[in-house]
Design a protein around this ligand. Sequence first.
Ligand SMILES: NC(=O)c1ccc[n+]([C@@H]2O[C@H](COP(=O)([O-])OP(=O)(O)OC[C@H]3O[C@@H](n4cnc5c(N)ncnc54)[C@H](O)[C@@H]3O)[C@@H](O)[C@H]2O)c1
Length: 249
Amino acid sequence: MRLEGETALVTGAAGGIGAATCERLAGEGARVVVADLDLHRARDLAGALDGMGVEMDVRSKASVGAAVEAAESELGPISVLVNNAGIAEDDFFSRTDEAMWDRVIAVNLRGVLAVTHAVLGGMHERGGGSIVNIASEAGRVGSQLSAVYSATKAGVIGFTKALARESARFGVRVNAVAPGPIETPMLQAAPDALGELGERFVRGMVASTAMKRPGRPEEVAAAIAYLASDDASFVTGETIGVSGGLGMM
Ligand SMILES: NC(=O)c1ccc[n+]([C@@H]2O[C@H](COP(=O)([O-])OP(=O)(O)OC[C@H]3O[C@@H](n4cnc5c(N)ncnc54)[C@H](O)[C@@H]3O)[C@@H](O)[C@H]2O)c1
């Protein structure tokens, strides 16, 4: 019960890594805000966890502001923020266009900035908090068919380090997790969009891990819970790989 008394907000929380994270954080005693584009699925999960489901589109300042306000008035100040919402649109960079760049950057990078901005002031005022950003090994080693995605995740890692330096004097720690291939709907995005090429891409990612298998969402959630908790009280600005040895940074 490392998170007893904490209020944790997880974005993109209705499925995949986000849902597993909500379950883990609630299991460790946190009150959990399940924030997602999909309010129905968010509420279903929140109901099972005795938490709160809120609609949040991380691309919209108004949506983020309203969700944070509703969450804090019901469950109290947010002391743990997990920036997990992300999307993948896989293809060779030469075949992408500016509209695609904007879509991926809006969720994966700008979304992280927007939600952090909405929560950080309160953490600084109260003198404590933990932020965990979900990056990707793609942001460290680069991933074929994912140049824009890799760029956003490298951006998240840079943001994590800079914010950790700015926030330490307020008692706020900022870290990131870099998953490798994890069995969620996102891992199916490339095969769905690109057929055999996408399937080879996923097989290649799994083959690049030392452990030669994809990970489970719960294995990522365990690292997130550690970083969120006081067990990581002297850890800030770090990116922990949860990738079966894909990155080894
Ligand atoms: N699955 C993997 O292999 C993998 C690997 C490395 C990193 N990641 C990262 O982990 C995070 C979670 O990925 P996942 O695999 O669980 O994905 P997923 O597609 O299973 O779930 C993503 C969730 O985010 C929500 N979402 C999408 N756009 C949103 C928006 N604008 N605002 C709010 N919510 C939004 C979706 O509704 C969904 O519930 C992402 O940041 C992803 O980039 C995943």
